[in-house]
Design a protein around this ligand. Structure first.
Ligand SMILES: *[C@@H]1O[C@H](CO)[C@@H](O)[C@H](O)[C@H]1NC(C)=O
Ligand SMILES: *[C@@H]1O[C@H](CO)[C@@H](O)[C@H](O)[C@H]1NC(C)=O
Ligand SMILES: *[C@@H]1O[C@H](CO)[C@@H](O)[C@H](O)[C@H]1NC(C)=O
Length: 299
């Protein structure tokens, strides 16, 4: 019951954010009507664990749940994150501009966490810096026989009139409708270049003991977009995972271990609060749930 209430509060909050952004967009430029799609009102059921979108990539210790986000304050850095299931493997990201033979490398870190009786895989985060603007890069993660390659395009240099297209997604979850939402985003002719993710990612907290396996399935599900363009993360109430009754009193544990964000470049002391510039946008990420904990009562 408690979760339902929160999910409702979260829902209306994000609708409000969406509306505010939309009005601003209407004021300064006009993209017209980009889709006639109207989402069904009813909640849908989660995709089963054996769904195609949750499939583990083949190969021993293959990197999975690959996702990227901006890694600095102006768009010349990228944080690459991925998980290996069997052993730590390699923390290295190899990357190269599409039309170049020169291969660069960056070294990252690996961490794990436990949540109740769940133990995570080896979570890798690696920041790639000093990229050229407006350039397509290929990148590779993994080691030995099981490497995987992806690509991303860096944004243009920050400036007041630089054209750029952001997608806005929130409350995604992992239902069949969530899958349709990602498909619509990817097929949209407006071609979003970066996702502003307005909170509520996996909804793993709807499961008994916040079954963190549903964080892994969500990571594999969203890889098809999030490995190729930055998703700019904001925490919602479904990221709190505050559950002292099962020995989990530290809020935001799964979220902050899995989704690194560039909060230090904006002199923030918390990954829940940060800002970045990208093309013509100055994005300020705030968290309405930061004070969450034993000492803070929320109704
Ligand atoms: C964790 O505990 C739950 C509830 O007792 C159980 O259903 C589940 O199988 C356990 N998972 C692991 C990985 O031990
Ligand atoms: C990697 O591939 C080679 C050639 O196919 C094979 O001989 C070797 O056993 C593989 N190594 C691992 C760790 O799977
Ligand atoms: C999810 O959507 C993709 C792309 O439309 C499709 O290939 C896949 O079969 C869908 N999976 C499920 C479980 O709906």
């Amino acid at each position: 019951m408690g979760f339902k209430l929160y999910s409702f509060a979260g829902f209306s909050f994000y609708l409000f954010v969406g509306l505010t952004l939309h009005l601003q967009v209407l004021e300064f430029c006009s993209a017209g009507t980009t889709s006639s799609y109207v989402r069904k009102y009813n909640y849908d059921i989660d995709m089963p664990l054996d769904s195609d979108v949750f499939r583990v990539p083949p190969g021993y210790n293959a990197p999975q749940q690959v996702h990227i986000t901006q890694g600095d304050s102006e768009g010349r850095g990228v944080i690459v994150s991925w998980i290996t299931a069997d052993e730590p493997g390699s923390n290295i990201v190899l990357y190269w501009p599409e039309n170049s033979k020169h291969i660069f490398r960056a070294d990252g870190i690996v961490l794990t966490y436990k949540y109740y009786n769940y133990t995570s895989g080896f979570i890798h985060h690696c920041t790639v810096e000093d990229l050229e603007y407006d350039t397509k890069y290929n990148y590779e993660v993994g080691i030995g026989n099981t490497t995987r390659q992806f690509w991303f395009v860096t944004p243009p240099k920050v400036g007041p009139d630089v054209p750029y297209t952001f997608g806005l997604i929130g409350d995604l979850g992992q239902t069949f409708d969530s899958n349709t939402t990602v498909a619509h985003y990817q097929l949209n002719p407006a071609k979003g270049q970066t996702v502003l993710y307005v909170g509520d990612l996996s909804y793993a907290d709807d499961y008994p003991y916040h079954n963190n396996i549903r964080w892994d399935t969500w990571g594999r599900f969203t890889e098809r977009s999030a490995a190729y363009q930055p998703w700019i993360w904001t925490a919602g109430n479904h990221e709190i995972d505050f559950s002292p009754n099962i020995g989990e009193p530290k809020p935001f544990k799964p979220y902050t271990h899995r989704y690194f964000v560039p909060y230090r470049p904006s002199d923030s002391t918390s990954p829940l609060w940060y800002s970045i510039k990208r093309a013509s946008a100055h994005i300020i990420v705030m968290s309405s749930y930061s004070g969450y904990g034993v000492s803070v009562k929320k109704s």
